[in-house]
Design a binder for this molecule. Structure first.
Ligand SMILES: [Fe+2]
Ligand SMILES: [Fe+2]
Length: 138
């Protein structure tokens, strides 16, 4: 099941690619949880999320600064909160191993992130970037 990116999110090729990759990871994990074979997927996901968060958040940060985005600070705070969730997930994985319970929890974390941040905060951010690029009417 390939999920399409919200058209309101499309702005920058690199950032768009990160969002696509995140949705793919979410689909892969939720499918694996349903099929009862999440242990390999959850381990891969943990590695992916660590790389994803540092690269993706850096890229969004640069764009926010470039476009003088007024919500930069609250947006950054949401990124930090997600990084904390990822760190907790990684620690649990190291302590408890790739359990189904952890995979289900990870699915919830990712879904909440996609719904509350990607589809809302990131969409608002992109709307601002697009507005900055519109030619001014004098
Ligand atoms: Fe994002
Ligand atoms: Fe973001």
């Amino acid at each position: 099941m390939a999920r399409q990116l919200d058209v309101n999110l499309l702005f920058n090729e690199e950032v768009d690619q990160h969002h696509r990759a995140l949705l793919e990871q979410y689909d892969k994990l939720s499918e694996a949880v349903q099929q009862g074979n999440s242990s390999t997927v959850i381990t891969q996901l943990s590695g992916f999320l660590c790389d994803y968060s540092s690269e993706h958040f850096d890229a969004e940060d640069k764009l926010m600064v470039q476009h003088c985005y007024p919500q930069t600070d609250p947006h950054r705070r949401e990124h930090r909160d997600f990084e904390r969730d990822i760190t907790k997930l990684k620690k649990k994985l190291e302590l408890e191993g790739p359990t189904r319970k952890l995979a289900v929890a990870a699915t919830g974390i990712l879904l909440r992130w996609i719904v509350q941040h990607v589809n809302k905060s990131d969409v608002d951010m992109v709307a601002h970037f697009r507005k900055c690029q519109e030619p001014e009417i004098s």
